[in-house]
Design a protein around this ligand. Structure first.
Ligand code: UTP
Length: 416
């Protein structure tokens, strides 16, 4: 037994995770080395702590939640032009880059392959990535610039994502010049007994660490340095699965610059007071997003003197940050939330188990948990039918699915 293996066996014993070496003897030399490296890199104290959170998340009941101010894009009147001009100037000066978070597993959609490669069924059969690239290029034309595009992938889907872009000639972008791919972090998955799972390849079963991993991934992979080199000061960060995402928005940028905030977010008003979405608010005086389950029915239904919901601005993963704010957010660890998901794994006899219902805990950081890092942010309400067509579920679900997204896309664009 080599020294490294001896030490690792002791480490696993200490944390009651000896199963991680079950497949060791069956692996080739390269994979043996990989497995040992993976195990050395696991923060077992953190994993223990995370397992305990699966027994009931530690919510801080003493948080004070209050409404946050927002602007309505339809009610800016004369200010619209004012903000638009400020944002336009900054975009024309090349101060904006776009990031697409494409590291998710897309389990609800059930598409094999990266979610961005999914064809929502438009007559053109364009993938989500192509629809996003169309919108970026169109905006680039409007402002006579190329908006650099950064794509966050996970280790699981990185290769397939880059190959897809290659096959489509990077949609007219140039890799490493104005198109950059980078990987997000990962955490081990655990079973309900707190045992870390072994994946099909005999290695530790890892999964992407949630969209909150974006900040750390941008900083660690030196993407924020790259943004500065390109002359950018602002980063729009959005998801891959909103086929109407408007990544270049001069009004949003103008508001951020004029109001001297480092984060400006778009919202859409809740479809009804009890819609199960996260909404913008202030938590202990700092910007935040609360889940529907964290506010009372009374709060969910409360309205201001104009009849608008006090907690009605849904977070739609459409956020603009200064590069400085991203770096600040990337320097601090975020809390992890637990999701219960289906995960294939090797059992103790080395047999592959393919579950048909959730069997494993996945730990994810949420992007909005970093919002408290800034003192203030701007929230801009936009029109749902113009900017929000999420593709989360398969058509059977009937909501936020390819069918609904296709309809919304075609209502706005036809089939371009
Ligand atoms: P979701 O939270 O909807 O998750 O992601 P998902 O992984 O796409 O789908 P499910 O929950 O497994 O069905 C919202 C956005 O955040 C990205 C997704 O790619 C999507 O653009 N994301 C999510 C990441 O980039 N990394 C993650 O770890 C999680």
């Amino acid at each position: 037994m080599d020294k490294n293996l001896g030490e690792i066996t002791a480490l696993l014993k200490k944390y009651n995770q000896e199963q991680l070496l079950n497949e060791y003897e069956n692996l080739d030399e390269q994979k043996k080395k990989m497995l040992l490296e993976q195990i050395e890199n696991i923060d077992f104290e953190l994993m223990n702590h995370l397992y305990l959170t699966t027994k009931g998340e530690n919510k801080n009941q003493s948080d004070t939640i209050t409404p946050i101010d927002y602007l309505d894009k339809n009610k800016l009147y004369d200010d619209y032009k004012y903000y638009d001009n400020i944002g336009k100037k900054a975009i024309e000066e090349g101060k904006l880059v776009a990031v697409t978070m494409a590291g998710g597993q897309g389990t609800r959609l059930g598409h094999t392959g990266p979610k961005g490669t999914f064809d929502i069924g438009l007559p053109s059969h364009k993938s989500l990535f192509e629809l996003l690239s169309d919108s970026l290029k169109e905006a680039g034309k409007r402002y006579d610039v190329t908006i650099p595009w950064f794509i966050m992938t996970s280790k699981e889907n990185h290769k397939a994502t880059v190959e897809f872009f290659e096959k489509h000639r990077f949609f007219g972008y140039q890799k490493n010049k104005n198109l950059f791919f980078f990987n997000q972090g990962q955490l081990p998955m655990m079973d309900t007994e707190g045992k870390i799972l072994i994946g099909e390849d005999g290695l530790v079963k890892l999964a992407a660490d949630g969209h909150g991993g974006i900040y750390e991934a941008l900083v660690k992979n030196k993407m924020t340095d790259k943004m500065r080199e390109l002359g950018a000061e602002w980063v729009f960060i959005g998801g891959v699965d909103n086929c109407l995402v408007r990544m270049v928005d001069a009004v949003l940028m103008g508001i951020a610059i004029d109001k001297e905030v480092t984060v400006a977010c778009k919202s859409v008003v809740k479809a009804n007071p009890h819609e199960k979405v996260g909404v913008f608010c202030k938590k202990n005086g700092k910007p935040n997003v609360v889940e529907y389950s964290e506010i009372t029915d009374e709060m969910a239904e409360a309205r201001d003197e104009d009849g608008e919901l006090l907690y009605g601005e849904s977070h739609i993963l459409c956020n603009l940050f200064s590069v400085d704010a991203v770096e600040r957010m990337g320097a601090r660890p975020l809390p992890y939330h637990v999701a219960y998901k289906k995960a294939k794994y090797l059992d103790k006899d080395g047999n592959l188990v393919v579950p048909d219902s959730p069997n494993a805990y996945k730990f994810e950081a949420f992007l909005f948990d970093a919002f408290g890092e800034v003192d203030d942010m701007a929230v801009l309400r936009v029109n749902r039918e113009e900017e929000f067509a999420p593709v989360k579920n398969s058509d059977d679900a009937g909501v936020d699915c390819p069918k609904t997204a296709r309809k919304l896309y075609m209502n706005l664009h036809g089939d371009k």
